[in-house]
Ligand binder design. Structure first.
Ligand code: HEC
Ligand code: HEC
Length: 294
């Protein structure tokens, strides 16, 4: 290829580039690039309560994701991600957020004894699966100004697992299609072995906690009578600000969440203990703690 050919080729390429650029520009001007005013499809039957602000429709409808969801995995996620602010057991107390027992299908912002934000109360309607899915995606987008300080979960599978778990948190609810029915921690504790729990507590907690009635605080507070006691309420112990800020009562479920991962439960706690992953072992210890009462 001589110099002329190269020159011709260059000119040709330049012309093509200009032509393409011009046609893209023309296309942009002729066909404005805006989203359609209505979503192309909606979740039929599942959610007839959604208002216009709730029109964002996830790619795979929640009904389809629920069919493949794992409520058991949802229970783990809930303990880790929601347990710091919500109790999940029947008749659990309100903490930072309301108790979530039976919330699926219930009217929005209707738990007695909890003061909701105006933002959440203004939402109205019920917690259908589709709305729970939307809420867990981005609470602030669904109810701008809500007090739920939770950024949201981007993973549609995780949200479906959580919704399956929430659906299971109701006496009359059928277990979700393909997910295993959640075993409430309370049920585990009722069937647990306090003797094994005592041995485990001596080994794993005894360096920092006393368990005898009237015993002194050590590195951590004395744990006699802790089940049913207010969180951070032992009179002779200086708790971290993080645990003190935790209102509520040490229910069986709250203790299970705490022992699973203290720092998840109360970020900034000074309990230097990584947590016990196995729910059965936690249940034994909590069953033992429950015997430490008059
Ligand atoms: C940092 C604290 C916090 C975390 C973490 C949190 N929530 Fe909440 N949640 C709240 C608060 C506070 C409210 C009440 C919001 C309001 O009134 O605006 C709430 C409200 C709710 C409601 C509405 C309840 C009703 O009665 O209408 C649901 C459902 C809910 N949360 C589910 C969850 C789930 C599931 C998770 C875990 C994935 C979670 N939340 C994590 C604080 C939290
Ligand atoms: C390395 C020391 C250490 C170990 C080990 C430890 N804890 Fe703690 N624990 C603490 C400290 C410190 C606190 C106070 C936390 C705070 O104020 O943030 C605490 C707080 C607690 C509380 C809250 C009590 C209250 O009055 O609110 C409970 C319940 C508890 N621990 C149970 C246990 C159990 C059960 C184990 C064993 C499985 C255990 N801890 C292991 C140091 C420890």
């Amino acid at each position: 290829m001589g110099f002329r050919d190269i020159n011709r080729l260059g000119t040709a390429l330049l012309c093509v580039a200009i032509a393409v650029g011009a046609s893209v520009l023309a296309a942009r001007l002729l066909v404005p690039d805006t989203a359609p005013p209505h979503p192309a499809f909606a979740i039929a039957g599942l959610d007839d309560e959604a208002g216009p602000a709730e029109a964002a429709t996830p790619a795979i409808p929640i009904a389809d994701r629920l069919a493949r969801a794992s409520a058991a995995h949802g229970a783990e996620l809930a303990a880790a991600q929601c347990g710091a602010c919500h109790t999940l057991d029947r008749d659990g107390v309100a903490m930072v957020g309301p108790n979530l027992w039976g919330v699926a299908g219930a009217p929005v912002a209707a738990k007695p004894g909890y003061r909701y934000s105006d933002a959440l109360r203004a939402l109205g309607g019920r917690w259908t699966p589709a709305r729970l899915d939307l809420w867990l995606t981005r609470p602030q987008a669904m109810a701008p100004g809500t007090r739920m300080g939770f950024a949201g979960l981007d993973d549609p599978k995780q949200r479906a697992d959580l919704v399956a778990f929430l659906i299971g948190l109701a006496p009359e609810a059928a277990p979700p299609a393909a997910g295993a029915a959640p075993v409430a921690f309370q049920t585990l504790v009722d069937g647990a072995d306090p003797k094994q729990g005592a041995a485990a507590a001596a080994a794993q907690c005894g360096a920092c906690h006393g368990f005898d009635k009237g015993g002194a605080a050590m590195v951590g507070p004395n744990l006699y009578g802790v089940v049913g006691r207010g969180v951070a309420q032992a009179p002779d112990y200086a708790y971290s600000a993080s645990l003190s800020a935790h209102r509520g009562v040490w229910t069986v479920t709250a203790l299970g969440d705490w022992l699973a991962n203290p720092r998840q439960f109360a970020p900034g706690t000074k309990m230097g203990f990584a947590g016990i992953a196995d729910p059965g072992q936690r249940a034994n210890i909590v069953a033992y703690l429950r015997t430490l009462a008059p």
